[in-house]
Design a protein around this ligand. Structure first.
Ligand code: ATP
Length: 425
């Protein structure tokens, strides 16, 4: 079978016009491999290309980057390299095979043929290649019946030790099955059960589990994956006590609605990292202490940890907004929270008053800035300057509550606040 490479984006077409002759000059054979091939056959959009080289990938990538005047980065640990284009990137890897000394550890890597390189991959649908060599350019190379499995809509591993070699494939199986609405093939499902019984996920480094979990949470329907994980393997790799039941999934549907509400109504606000909200939902049953522990062990980035944890810490405080409040109280309750936490609360609390406060905050309050600065207070002769912080804080509260529109109005109000503060002393 020939795969239509003409369907690729124009950028890729330019790339593919140059690369084969360059590789041929070095005496290398090159192939497009992995998920890209799967997506080309399924006619899905392609963002990045993976190229396997029977030869030295770094030499080829460097020459290609120089030739195209593009940025090039070598990844020493894996002997791979990436060339960056404006909207896309291309990963180059030398064809390799892997051996695993024990469950969950990173493999030892050796140079190998394309056939061996494809055999080390996770599932048959991700183990196909397309030749970029002049003798058979565009030909699909399918040693392991990936095309038949794509047609049958099944996820199948390539050998029976696959999940024990690399248990992150347990999560990947669920991710691909849910994304494409494929079934997990019978024998593969049995191997999953076996690996789960042997607690295979427990021996994977938490960083690798974290990366797979984030990919799952970035899927268009993460709750489908979360349900499948809960029923097929449980969440003990996240926390021993985490078990989800029917009503725990309600929040996922509400998050989806809240996300489209946000997109439609607050286009001026920054784009949300929906995955952070889905992670919060997944963990919501746990105590904040357990969540803190999990985020630390899995080494989530500080910004992500803070966004998840602040939702846990502030969940009781937010309930103050269930009664009508002055605008400065709404502002103070929400302003230190990330938009992800705020929209999580919007989804979680169905209370009309809380939702309306969040609406007001995101529409107007979050973007309100004082026109008066410290220098203006100095110009007014207000002393001492140590109280400027306090004046500006109170002035912002008054601006929020009294809708002070102009700088003059703010200046007049600042004088009143300064006088009041000096008599309070
Ligand atoms: P996505 O569409 O989500 O980007 P992908 O199939 O392109 O998925 P990547 O994680 O980008 O997956 O990896 C590219 C390819 O590398 C996969 O298609 C697969 O062939 C191989 N691969 C990735 N991770 C593993 C793994 N844990 N075990 C075996 N092969 C893997």
């Amino acid at each position: 079978m020939n795969v239509k490479l003409e369907n690729l984006d124009t950028d890729f077409k330019e790339i593919l016009a140059k690369l084969p002759s360059l590789a041929q000059g070095f005496g290398y054979r090159i192939y497009v491999v992995g998920g890209v091939v799967r997506d080309l056959i399924l006619a899905n959009d392609i963002f990045d290309l993976d190229i396997v080289v029977e030869g030295d990938a770094i030499t080829l990538a460097r020459a290609f980057a120089q030739n195209s005047k593009k940025e090039f980065k070598k990844h020493h640990a894996f002997g791979t390299a990436t060339v960056y284009f404006d909207r896309h990137s291309i990963d180059f890897a030398t064809a390799r095979k892997e051996t695993y000394s024990s469950c969950g550890v990173l493999p030892k890597v050796y140079r190998a043929s394309l056939r061996e390189d494809l055999l080390r991959r996770d599932f048959t649908i991700n183990a196909m290649a397309i030749s970029l060599n002049s003798s058979d350019y565009g030909t699909l190379i399918d040693f392991y019946s990936g095309l038949a499995d794509l047609e049958k809509r099944v996820i199948r591993v390539l050998h029976k030790k696959s999940f024990l070699d690399d248990p992150t494939r347990l999560l990947r199986a669920i991710r691909f099955a849910q994304r494409f609405s494929f079934k997990i093939e019978k024998n593969t499902a049995r191997l999953i059960e076996e690996a789960v019984k042997r607690e295979a996920l427990q021996c994977v480094h938490p960083h690798r589990l974290r990366d797979e979990l984030i990919l799952i949470l970035k899927e268009p329907r993460p709750e489908k994956c979360i349900r499948a994980i809960n029923s097929m393997m449980g969440f003990s790799f996240v926390d021993d006590s985490l078990r989800l039941i029917g009503k725990d999934y309600v929040i996922f549907g509400r998050l989806k609605n809240a996300l489209s509400f946000y997109q439609k109504n607050f286009p001026h606000c920054r784009k949300l990292d929906a995955w952070v909200m889905y992670l919060t939902a997944m963990l919501y049953k746990l105590s904040s202490k357990r969540v803190e522990h999990f985020l630390r062990i899995f080494d989530f980035r500080k910004g992500d940890r803070v966004r998840v944890l602040s939702t846990f810490y502030e969940r009781t405080v937010i309930q103050r907004l269930s009664k009508p409040q002055k605008r400065h109280i709404i502002y103070r309750a929400l302003n230190d929270l990330s938009f992800e936490s705020i929209m999580f609360f919007y989804a979680f609390f169905r209370n009309k008053q809380i939702r309306s406060s969040i609406n007001i905050f995101l529409k107007t309050l979050a973007h309100l800035r004082l026109k008066v600065k410290g220098d203006d207070l100095k110009g007014l002769g207000i002393k001492p300057h140590t109280i400027y912080g306090k004046i500006l804080e109170k002035l912002l509260d008054d601006k929020l509550d009294m809708s002070l529109a102009t700088k003059d109005e703010e200046m007049r109000r600042a004088v009143v606040i300064a006088e009041r503060l000096s008599t309070e002393k």
